[in-house]
Design a protein around this ligand. Sequence first.
Ligand SMILES: Nc1ncnc2c1ncn2[C@@H]1O[C@H](COP(=O)(O)OP(=O)(O)OP(=O)(O)O)[C@@H](O)[C@H]1O
Ligand SMILES: [Mg+2]
Length: 292
Amino acid sequence: MRDRDWKILRIIEISMRHHEWVPVDEIIKKSKLDSNEVLYRLKVLNRHKFVNRSTYGYRLSHKGYDGLALNTFIKRDLIKAIGNKLGVGKEGDVFTVLLTSNREAVLKFHKLGRTCFTRGKRYRLYLADKRHISWLYASRLTAEREFQVLNDLYPVVKVPEPIDQNRHAIIMGKWDGVELKRVDLTKLDIDIKKLFWDIVEEIKKMYNIGYIHGDLSEFNILINEEGDFLIIDFAQAIEVREDKIVLDILPGEFKMDIEYYLKRDIGNLLRYFKKYGIRESVDEIYNYVVGK
Ligand SMILES: Nc1ncnc2c1ncn2[C@@H]1O[C@H](COP(=O)(O)OP(=O)(O)OP(=O)(O)O)[C@@H](O)[C@H]1O
Ligand SMILES: [Mg+2]
């Protein structure tokens, strides 16, 4: 990829605010390059699937958007290599990357703007109906959102260290551990009851700072051999004081309330820990977290 290819991609990206398909004439005009050169580069970009083509013009593909974000991190001299994919069968694409400082980190591309205002499948459908909220905009919003939450929580709460964000991508510290889902806690030399209460403590700290995770489960908590843990995936986090604003934006049926989502997170956690003999009530943990 040459600088001019990136330039053309960026022109398409920006023009997609106004077009579903960006007309070739507009790309040529904005690029200030020779039209033959633009046509040639568009053909190559299309062959490499960085753009999609129709009779109306061109639009950025997911791969093209990933490329733009990746290129920005490289230009910022932040990352120098991209490694293997982490986590299987998930929505976001998550990779290990090597920073120029030689430290390993995690790069997460948000693929859907499924969580910019609220959570859940119903809302995703709602978003899909709204043509004017493009996936580009929605996925960027989700990434900005997750990055903001990490910045607000780190390092008080055990969450990944936020490093950088661009477009729909975030870079965060890599933590060596596996999802709770994939371990048998009895095989680890740890106090499971203490682990449970330590996690509750993090939920409480999070709440005090002003957030509810919103998608807490054994898939979004990493644990290592020593029994230390990290809570990840804040794409769906809910701001405790935000519910009023959200209610204004959303139609009535999407009304959400803090208590419901916090209890759902706690319920998920309890369901997971049940097989390890933890029997607490959702209400009591909820009251503890909110400080009642
Ligand atoms: N900071 C991190 N350190 C190490 N591994 C990580 C980190 N963040 C994510 N991972 C790995 O990548 C997987 C997917 O990450 P995450 O849960 O954030 O994305 P997701 O579930 O695909 O996203 P989303 O719910 O936003 O669509 C995790 O299950 C974990 O294995
Ligand atoms: Mg996850």
